[in-house]
Design a protein around this ligand. Structure first.
Ligand SMILES: Nc1ncnc2c1ncn2[C@@H]1O[C@H](COP(=O)(O)OP(=O)(O)OP(=O)(O)O)[C@@H](O)[C@H]1O
Ligand SMILES: [Mg+2]
Length: 248
């Protein structure tokens, strides 16, 4: 079971957009996918048009078995919802004297082997739940916005991943995904070249700026449903194929 975290400390870089559309792309390709939303904003549910009454918070609180808290969102796509209720879980984790970073991994352990891929969306700012995600995942995909990239932010994040890796050896920063690519803007191209020079093989084909991508969640649809012919759908399809190719 692959466990892929969509993570970067910076906000608004396309984490949720990537988590939701990649998860659906993989499900459409025939994989059994679980999307776990670890953000108190709970945007992943909304983007899929779901309003589950239970979710990750109930699992972390020990009130529900994970299987009982999961909702089916599409064929092949299951959702463990985030949302405001996670604030309590976060406080609980912060209060622990030790072992706090393993709470999510322990809570999700019963799901081992039940899906082919688990995709985890994270909140901006690498809060305690975000750290928990890094202790659970094996692979990290970091979306970086070509509009506002600070390479330093990425370097800092990479150091956090390295720090976790000392305790959780399986963890690997595996993908850098440029987002908000605008071919007409020279800066986009320059940042892309910088990323290429620093990250080579880790770099994925960029996700272009696409109004369709920003509209789709308002309709509770993924880009493959809302605008299948759009550049956004093409770009997330290319990402989906890369992730499938790299199956280990
Ligand atoms: N390629 C794109 N083109 C145009 N708009 C996009 C693109 N990707 C994401 N957006 C829009 O940009 C906004 C931020 O994206 P998103 O919510 O995915 O970022 P995030 O990293 O999850 O943010 P947060 O850190 O707050 O969780 C959203 O309104 C989303 O619809
Ligand atoms: Mg988000």
């Amino acid at each position: 079971m692959r466990k892929l975290a969509i993570s970067l400390s910076k906000g608004g870089v396309g984490k949720t957009t990537t988590a939701v559309n990649l998860a659906h792309g993989l499900a459409l390709a025939g994989l059994q996918v679980l999307l776990v939303d670890t953000d108190t904003q709970g945007q992943a549910s909304r983007a899929l048009g779901q309003r589950p009454e239970v979710g990750l918070a109930d699992v972390l609180a020990g009130d529900l078995q994970p299987q009982k808290a999961i909702t089916q969102a599409r064929e092949g796509l299951w959702l463990l919802a985030g949302g405001r209720a996670l604030s309590g879980a976060k406080r609980e984790i912060d209060r622990r004297a030790f072992g706090g970073e393993q709470v999510l991994a322990e809570a999700l352990d019963p799901l081992e082997g039940q899906y082919e891929l688990v995709i985890l969306d994270t909140a901006p700012g690498l809060d305690s739940l975000g750290v928990n995600v890094l202790f659970y995942a094996q692979e990290v995909l970091a979306p970086v916005s070509l509009e506002v990239l600070t390479l330093q932010g990425l370097v800092d994040f990479q150091q956090n991943v390295q720090a976790v890796k000392r305790y959780h050896r399986e963890l690997e920063l595996r993908y850098i995904l440029p987002t908000f690519m605008d071919g007409r803007v020279k800066k986009s191209q320059e940042i892309l070249e910088q990323l290429q020079a620093h990250y080579g093989q880790l770099l994925c084909q960029p996700i272009r700026y696409s109004v369709r991508l920003s509209e789709a969640p308002g309709y509770g649809q993924t880009v493959f449903e809302y605008a299948p012919g759009s550049s956004g759908a093409q770009d997330y399809q290319a990402l989906t194929e890369r992730i499938i190719q790299d199956a280990r």
